[in-house]
Design a protein around this ligand. Structure first.
Ligand SMILES: [Zn+2]
Length: 281
């Protein structure tokens, strides 16, 4: 079985067929079981048990889909949560609520950031229940963006390459990552990023798992690769450090051992999933 990172899973029935039917959408809004997400500090609100909070429908801005046949909506909140609010939320969010949290947050962020037509500059209007925007002037239709990011573990002689960015908490090391560029395959992006950031040449790039990352709209594409040798040339404009870690070091870190040589990424990061998968293989 491939591993399932946090934010993975089906979430809810997105009911795509209903989005193009304005009459059906209007009827859904009148249903007594229609609910909308509550937001707090620019993020979907979470209760003490890690569950999303719902209230009777007041602002049917975004039609998220159906839960057990009942319509679910989100208002489009006016601002985004700051970094601390995000990480507090992720630390407490129940795993089975995470896909819906991600979808609502990315969709709402997209509307806030993409009010105007990218083709002609006119203000566009939300259509299809909020799953696209249409320009009244040039009629171009725009869809919520997804920004692909490759994130990868390079392996050499049963050791893993991990790096740390200057803004990480002290001691933390994680998988290297970077945005996929236009005209590039996933495999080429993995090889390019590892060479640029750490001077490592790799072969045998394999896709492992993906993760929506709603800050605001990334798709993390988790991969593995085999390094041709263990020489490192770290690009210190991107990374503070990068090193090879043995299987025993990774095991100690994931077990929260006090004597571990590094602190692993948190449970909601796909980098953690990649480390756990490597260790179990
Ligand atoms: Zn336009």
């Amino acid at each position: 079985m491939p591993p399932e990172p946090f934010f993975g899973g089906p979430g809810l029935d997105r009911a795509d067929a209903l989005r193009g039917q304005p009459q059906a959408l209007a009827q859904l809004q009148d249903r007594p079981d229609a609910l909308e997400l509550v937001w707090e500090e620019g993020l979907p609100a979470i209760d003490e048990a890690g569950r999303l909070i719902w209230q009777p429908l007041a602002a049917p801005d975004l039609f998220l889909g159906l839960t057990d046949g009942a319509p679910r909506y989100s208002p489009a909140p006016p601002f985004e949560g700051d970094m601390r609010a995000r990480f507090n939320a992720l630390a407490h969010l129940a795993a089975d609520e995470a896909p819906l949290f991600a979808a609502a947050l990315s969709l709402a962020s997209w509307h806030r950031r993409h009010r105007f037509c990218a083709n002609c500059g006119q203000e566009s209007a939300s259509v299809r229940g909020g799953w696209s925007r249409q320009c009244p002037d040039c009629h171009a239709e725009h869809y919520p963006r997804v920004d692909p990011v490759v994130i990868m573990l390079a392996e050499h002689d049963d050791r893993l390459l991990l790096g740390r960015q200057p803004q990480y908490p002290p001691g933390r090391y994680s998988a290297l990552a970077g945005f996929l560029e236009v005209g590039e395959t996933i495999e080429a992006a993995v090889a390019r990023e590892l060479f640029e950031e750490a001077g490592v040449c790799v072969t045998d790039v394999r896709y492992l798992a993906s993760q929506p990352w709603p800050f605001p709209s990334s798709l993390m594409i988790g991969c593995t690769a085999v390094a041709m040798d263990d020489a490192l040339t770290v690009d210190t404009t991107e990374l503070e450090d990068a090193r090879w870690f043995t299987r025993a070091e990774v095991a100690a870190a994931l077990a929260d051992d006090d004597k571990a040589s590094f602190i692993p990424p948190p449970h909601f990061a796909i980098a953690r999933t990649l480390l756990e998968h490597w260790l179990s293989a």
